[in-house]
Design a binder for this molecule. Sequence first.
Ligand code: NDP
Length: 302
Amino acid sequence: MPSDSNHDSGNHDGKTPVTVLGLGLMGTALATALIEAGHPTTVWNRTKSKTGPLAAQGATPADTARDAITAAGLVIVCLTTNDDVRGLLAPEADALAGRTVVNLTNGTPRQARELADWAAAHGVTYIDGGIMAVPQMIATPGAYILYSGTDEAAFETHRPALAALADTKWVGKDPGLAALYDLSLLTGMYGMSMGVAQAFAMIRSEGIPAREFAPLLTDWIVAMTHGLVPSGAEALDSDQHLTDVSNLAMNREAFRNFTTAFTEQGLRTDLFEPLQDLLDRAVEQGHGADGFSRMSLLLEKD
Ligand code: NDP
């Protein structure tokens, strides 16, 4: 592995030089947080004009990705996709060797593992991350970022700088784990978001303003989440799916009211039809007395 004496990984009064590659909405928020926390921050973006506002805040803009990479021992990258990351980093492997890349681009566990393998083959320390926040939440309470990678010590070294972005949650030495946790959390969120969209469409079908209905919906989702998530996890992990609360046979019949009502109210049924199919399949396969934990098993490929 090449010496890393050509980069500044030194401690500047507890502040670490950091490079941020990619200054979209998220990358800009990340760089801003680092600047505000006092870390010497070098920034690069494909479209150069986006470095301007950050330079005005104290960042050092770099003309090329290579110049940015060689400015710091910690290189944070946040592009649209992991294909973009691979395309950007691959030609810079020699410059990256001996440094730590923290990739906060959203992607899959497989992509993270492949990038980690590529990095290891080139002497680059690779940490994958999943940002559980929108840009406006960066550096505010409640935001956190999931991290995973083979080199936990490197993560601990850079944790103080990373903590400027959001709370840090280390999830393990398999590089794919941060993406797995990230996508699993987002899966729950997108399911909920689509349900909220359908609920608003339903209430608006009678001219009731969404904002009037919103408090009821919020309280309902919070209450249901507190019940459903822990009990579902317990049922799955113990493989005990029978329920005395709300079984799939009942839900299958109740579900028909939704698609019927959507049609009656002049709404589309596309979103709920696959859910009806899944419930039908669960009952037809003999799981009518089980609770919703059974659905996770049905979502596994046969
Ligand atoms: P933006 O669309 O705002 O920014 C995308 C960035 O990627 C830009 O800097 C763009 O450069 C750069 N880029 C895209 N393709 C390439 C390429 N081939 N080579 C070099 N640079 C490239 O997206 P966000 O900043 O919102 O999101 C970035 C990542 O963060 C995504 O993976 C997203 O899923 C994740 N994320 C975003 C959240 C959000 O709420 N915004 C929340 C959590 C995660 P250019 O300016 O030149 O186009």
